[in-house]
Design a protein around this ligand. Structure first.
Ligand SMILES: [Zn+2]
Ligand SMILES: [Zn+2]
Length: 216
């Protein structure tokens, strides 16, 4: 589509996309969004033919779904940027990500995605819908150094570095043999990350797994 949507419209598409793609609800009660036919944003979304409404329920049209996917992608990239690069945590990270996602229009999202090494999940473990840049990087095998959370079960890598400011954590990881140059094999990702280094197996939580960077 051409032209720019209002922030309000983007937020509604984002919610609807998550309802459709992640909750499996094709139609959502308008009250749940919330959205009413009297608001300008309703007009905006119907003018662009992004949504359809039936008996008080709203669904994404194919164009709306595509748009929603891009918005979710930008939001989750913005979250990673705030939390991993700028080290902003908690509610402040969410707020900043909300503001920042609207600035990450096409082109900028590719730069951020490349800077972050085409991540597949946001800091909360939710999938980031891949962009062209991610598909291209995967095709050319150019994935470089990624957090342990980016590996798939049974994938192996070489530990590149540990990124934590917490000395206790660092010592704990080092005691497990999580040291640069060692091979690491990821065995399981849920409910905790289980990996082996050498002949030993360990379980750690997502936060810790995100601090171990491996070369694929
Ligand atoms: Zn998230
Ligand atoms: Zn990418």
């Amino acid at each position: 589509m051409n032209g720019k949507l209002s922030e309000k419209a983007e937020e509604i598409l984002e919610k609807l996309w998550m309802e459709t793609e992640e909750e499996g609800n094709l139609f959502t009660d308008m009250e749940k969004i919330p959205l009413t036919p009297h608001e300008p944003v309703f007009q905006e979304l119907t003018d662009w033919a992004l949504i359809e409404v039936k008996e008080g329920q709203v669904a994404l049209r194919p164009e709306g779904k595509e748009e929603g996917r891009k918005i979710v992608r930008r939001f989750r990239l913005a979250e990673l940027l705030m939390m991993d690069v700028f080290n902003i945590r908690g509610e402040a990270a969410r707020e900043k990500a909300c503001q920042f996602e609207h600035l990450l229009n096409e082109g900028v999202d590719i730069k951020v995605c490349t800077l972050l090494n085409h991540p597949s999940t946001c800091p909360h473990g939710k999938p980031i819908p891949p962009g062209e840049c991610c598909i291209e990087a995967q095709r050319s095998g150019n994935l470089g150094i990624v957090p342990l959370t980016e590996l798939k079960p049974n994938e192996e890598g070489e530990i590149a570095y540990i990124q934590t400011e917490d000395n206790k954590k660092m010592q704990k990881l080092m005691a497990m043999g999580v040291l640069p140059g060692n091979r690491i094999l990821l065995k399981q990702t849920f409910p905790s990350y289980i990996f082996s280094v050498g002949y030993s197996e360990f379980a750690i939580d997502t936060n810790m797994a995100r601090e171990i960077f491996v070369r694929r």
